[in-house]
Each structure stands twice: as structure tokens, then as C-alpha cells.
Design a protein around this ligand. Structure first.
Ligand code: CFM
Length: 555
């Protein structure tokens, strides 16, 4: 499935079909109401003035979506990676089972600290509890878990049936806190609560902010440059790569929310000088709330892609306005790039101009474009599963986003400056000086402004649309998730799993970038794809395949 290079400036005709024509084909035949909705979610891009996209709205029943639920976003994504608290799922066993190490948020606890991530705890509700209530069952489960592990904190998550029968988990948690003398808190993150896992992120941010951030004022170790990384989950060891790199530069990470992180680190992390945000979608709420309450400024970074990593390091150094740090960062970049460049150049020569399409979550469909562009590949189409308009169009559009019934469902915390602990990290003059030099705080430009003109942007892509994209534009690689990986590969296109990376990774920072280039090279160079006969190739001649026997087997 290799192809001609595509123009650098704008996405033109690919395989004889323009982006506008492909869009038409994707939407063709839909009933009028569905068509109206999908038309707003499938767009051709204009990076200079991103068009308004229909995002963060309900998936139409019957459409095959890749999305997850609110419980997944809360328990699974944002708070689940904290390794030394116990996570108890209140509900039937199925939901608990699916939180059991299905996401590769790895942890290497500090010596002497427990790691509970391999445990999967559930109240295992039965029919009786649904009918007569499950609060007693939950209280017993908390006691039992505490007796077994003596953790520092216990966190409880509601699943759909708990919300439907109205168990008051927060009162159960409050009473358990009094009884056991440890921090116990709950999340009303019933799966149905929002249109996707995105609602769960917001609920998790609120809970972590209320119950963990700022709980411990013991001074952290003195260090000149103290940061928190928000929205980095250590999938496949990404956070370890970023940590190592920052340490080389002399920058200390107090806490990474939430990857390879302990309860104590989070409880003390309000002492940082700045928050840097990787995944804007899942944690921008926390960045905002910490700024209001403690005076910690935040800005966006991206450690996916060698060029982006270098840019992010320079941005952090610039924030601290310290000549020594800036020099050190330049040294580190030079040393790391010396290892990256030869591999980048070699792989770029083989794959320059090839086409990638990415449909992932709420930030990776954007970030991973940088890794592909490092090796000369072009993202012809991309979309998020559950991101909001600001992740596509940039934070400028925030005031214009209409609040609907689904988003109104999620509590907006009212936050005030902390009377004792609020401390602006920069003087107004220093901040103004940085801004005047082009530095941006509290900002995210979104995915569309960094994509090619006329690239197809598709929110919450359906399987049908994905099939059309593959059939007509024949991308060289798709970056997506496990739910569609094998469908894509059965069509003869390699699919890089960009959520848990299957067994691969890390892909962050410079070493991660090298891993990624090599992985993409291996996938694109494999002959295995030529043995797969996609459904639309009915009259393939034997001459086109080297192994007729294999073709017969898959036909
Ligand atoms: Fe943020 Fe994530 Fe993502 Fe996300 Fe996720 Fe994930 Fe993701 Mo899967 S927090 S939005 S809810 S970067 S689990 S680590 S890979 S969909 S793009």
C-alpha cells in the first residue's frame, strides 16, 4: 500500500480523490438527522482559521464508536495510576475487571512503598444489592481492604447501577474516613454520566483537587527548578523517559499526574514553581484550579516527537529565565539529537511523504503527528474520540462553547485563592516580559492549527468512515486503538496501537522518538501486508501476490 508523496502545503488529491469528495463518500446515505450531526463532525481543515467542529456530543446509537465511559475516564485514566492508594470499584464485577491492568500505566514505587496497581478491587454487587442497596456492602469492603493492606488512602468509584439505585458513596466514605483515620473519598463517575470518558476526567480532577492536592504542607526538598507534569500517565514508561531527561537538565519533577506517582507526591505538589501540561484534555481543569488556589502558572508542552521535546525543554528553561539552565538544556538537546538525527535521517529517506491517519483519544491524535512529521510522513486525516472543541480549535474558542445538558451534569468547582498558601510564582513584570517575548501561558492552540490545509478532521470516527478512508485514500499507516486495530490490519494496513502501545514503547522524549521511528519503519517495511487481500480487491491477479496459497487461506 505504498503511495506517491503528497504535497507539503495542502492535502490535495490522493488516489484520485479530493478530501471534499472523500468526506462526501463518508457521509453518503446517512439518514437526514444523522447526516446533519455527522456533517459537523467531519470537516476539511483550515489551519489559519479552524472551522467549528461538532465535538463532545453524544454518539448516535447504532454508530460504532471507539469511545469509553465516564467510569473509565475517572478510575481508569486519571486517578487509577496512583500506585499506593487502594482503588475500589463499587459495582458488579465486570466494570472492576476491566480496570485490571488493561491500561499500561506503569509504576516503579520508591523503595519501601507499596504498589497496589496489580490489584483489582470490586464490591462485586449482586442482584440483592441492586434491589436493597449496596452501601453496607461498600462499607464492609472498605474495612476489609483496609485490614488487609493498611493503605494511606482509599478511593471508591461508582459504576452505572450504583448511580441508578442511588447509593450514597460519599457518606459511606466520610464515615469510613472517621472510623479508619485515613483519607477515604469517592467519585460519582457512573459510566453513563457523560457522553464519553471525558466527563470522568473532569470528575477525577475535581476529586483529586478536593481530597489530595495540598493535603501535606511538609516542605519538599529544596531545588531550584520544581515542576509538576500534568496529563502524563506513564503509558509504556513514557513518564520515566521524560523524568530522566528533565533530571539531566537539572529540573525536578515533584509529581506527575498521574503516572508513576504516589499519594504523598500529589499531596505536596502544590509547592511547585509551575505546572506543565501534556494532555490538555484530561487535566486542564486541574491546571486552572491549582493556578487560582495556589498561584501556580501553567503552560502546554509536548514530549512526543524529538522536535517537540526540544521545543518543550526550551520553553521550560525560558520560563525560569536562568542562563545556566538554558545553557544546560541546549547541551542536553545537542547530545540527545546527536543520537536521534542519524536514525531519523535514515528512516526519513525510506518513508518521506507517506501517509498517516490518527484517531486516538483526546490528545494523542495531535501529539503523534509530530513523531510522524519528524520522519517526513504526513498526517492526511486525524480526529479525537472524545476531545472538546478547544482541543481541535484552540482554547480561544472556550467562551463560545455552548454548555449542554450533558456537560451541565458535571460539577464545576468554585475555587478561591488559598488565604495562606496562594503565592504568585512570577512578578507581574516578569510575566509581562515573558509574554512580550512570545511566551504563552494557559494556552493550547489545538490540533487543527497544526495540521495541513484540507486534511480531513473527523471527530468520534465511526467504523464505516474509517473503512471508507482506508479503502479510498489507502493510508500507509493508521494510529488507533485496540477496538479497530484488527479491522484495519485485515484491510492490509498496519495499525499502530497508540493507547497502550501493545507491548511497545516508551515513545516519549528523545529515546522514545527513536523507538517510535524504528517501530514505524519495521511496520511499514514488513511484507506481511501484501499477503492480505482487502475486501474491495475482488479480482486480484496471482502475479500481484507472491504466495497464492496464503491468499487462498485468507480469501
Ligand atoms: Fe489524555 Fe491519555 Fe489521551 Fe486520555 Fe485515554 Fe490514554 Fe488516550 Mo487511551 S489521558 S486524552 S482518556 S493522552 S487512555 S494516556 S491513550 S484515550 S489520547
Amino acid at each position: 500500500m505504498s503511495s506517491k508523496p503528497i504535497p507539503a502545503e495542502s492535502i490535495g488529491t490522493i488516489e484520485g480523490v479530493t478530501p471534499e469528495q472523500l468526506r462526501e463518500k463518508m457521509l453518503e446515505g446517512l439518514p437526514s438527522k444523522t447526516l446533519r450531526k455527522r456533517s459537523k463532525q467531519v470537516l476539511t481543515n483550515d489551519p489559519d482559521s479552524p472551522p467549528e467542529i461538532g465535538a463532545n456530543s453524544r454518539t448516535i446509537p447504532g454508530i460504532m464508536t471507539q469511545r469509553g465511559c465516564t467510569y473509565a475516564g475517572c478510575r481508569g485514566v486519571v486517578i487509577g495510576p496512583i500506585y499506593d492508594i487502594l482503588h475500589i470499584t463499587h459495582g458488579p464485577i465486570g466494570c472492576g475487571y476491566y480496570s485490571w491492568q488493561t491500561r499500561r500505566n506503569l509504576a516503579r514505587p520508591v523503595p519501601g512503598q507499596p504498589n497496589y496497581l496489580q490489584y483489582c478491587m470490586s464490591t462485586d454487587m449482586q442482584e440483592d444489592h441492586i434491589v436493597f442497596g449496596g452501601e453496607k456492602r461498600l462499607a464492609e469492603a472498605i474495612r476489609e481492604a483496609y485490614a488487609l493492606f493498611k493503605p494511606k488512602a482509599i478511593s471508591v468509584y461508582s459504576t452505572c447501577p450504583v448511580g441508578l439505585i442511588g447509593d450514597d458513596i460519599h457518606t459511606v466514605c466520610r464515615l469510613a474516613k472517621e472510623e479508619l483515620g485515613i483519607n477515604v473519598f469517592g467519585f460519582s463517575c457512573e459510566g453513563y454520566k457523560g457522553v464519553s470518558q471525558s466527563a470522568g476526567h473532569h470528575i477525577a480532577n475535581n476529586g483529586v483537587f478536593k481530597h489530595m492536592i495540598g493535603q501535606d504542607n511538609t516542605p519538599v526538598e529544596e531545588a531550584p527548578f520544581k515542576i509538576n507534569i500534568l496529563g502524563e500517565y506513564n503509558i509504556g514508561g513514557d513518564a520515566w523517559e521524560i523524568d530522566t531527561l528533565l533530571r539531566k537538565c537539572g529540573i525536578s519533577v515533584l509529581a506527575t499526574l498521574s503516572g508513576n506517582v504516589s499519594y504523598d507526591e500529589i499531596a505536596k505538589c502544590h509547592q511547585a514553581d509551575v505546572n506543565v501540561v501534556m494532555c490538555h484534555r484530561s487535566i486542564n481543569y486541574m491546571a486552572e484550579m491549582m493556578e487560582v488556589k495556589f498561584g501556580i502558572p501553567w503552560f502546554k508542552v509536548n514530549f512526543i516527537g524529538a522536535e517537540s521535546t526540544a521545543k518543550s525543554l526550551r520553553k521550560i528553561a525560558k520560563f525560569f529565565d536562568n542562563k545556566e539552565l538554558e545553557a544546560r538544556v541546549e547541551e542536553v538537546i545537542a547530545a540527545e539529537m546527536a543520537a536521534v538525527r542519524p536514525i531519523q535521517t535514515e528512516i526519513k529517506a525510506k518513508h518521506q511523504g507517506k501517509k498517516a491517519a490518527l484517531f486516538v483519544g483526546g490528545s494523542r491524535a495531535h501529539h503523534y503527528q509530530d513523531l510522524f512529521s519528524d520522519i517526513g510522513m504526513v498526517t492526511v486525516s486525524a480526529g479525537y474520540e472524545f476531545a472538546h472543541r478547544d482541543d481541535y480549535e484552540g482554547r480561544d474558542v472556550l467562551p463560545t462553547i455552548k454548555v449542554d445538558a450533558d456537560s451541565r451534569n458535571i460539577e464545576e468547582l468554585h475555587v478561591d485563592p488559598d488565604p495562606e498558601r496562594f503565592r504568585p510564582r512570577l512578578s507581574p513584570e516578569a510575566k509581562a516580559k515573558l509574554i512580550a517575548s512570545g511566551f504563552t501561558f494557559s494556552d493550547y492552540r489545538g490540533m487543527m492549527s497544526e495540521m495541513k490545509k484540507r486534511a480531513l478532521v473527523i471527530d468520534d470516527i465511526s467504523h464505516y468512515e474509517l473503512e471508507k478512508l482506508i479503502e479510498i485514500w489507502k493510508p500507509d499507516i493508521i494510529g488507533s486503538g485496540i477496538k479497530d486495530k484488527y479491522i484495519v490490519e485485515k484491510m492490509g494496513v498496519p495499525c499502530k496501537q497508540l493507547h497502550s502501545y501493545d507491548y511497545g514503547g516508551p515513545y516519549a522524549a528523545f529515546t522514545g522518538a527513536i523507538n517510535f521511528y524504528k517501530e514505524v519503519d519495521r511496520m511499514l517495511s514488513s511484507k506481511v501486508w501484501s499477503y492480505v487481500v482487502p475486501p474491495w480487491v475482488k479480482d486480484r491477479k496471482p502475479a500481484q501476490t507472491q504466495e497464492p496459497a496464503l491468499e487462498a487461506a485468507v480469501a
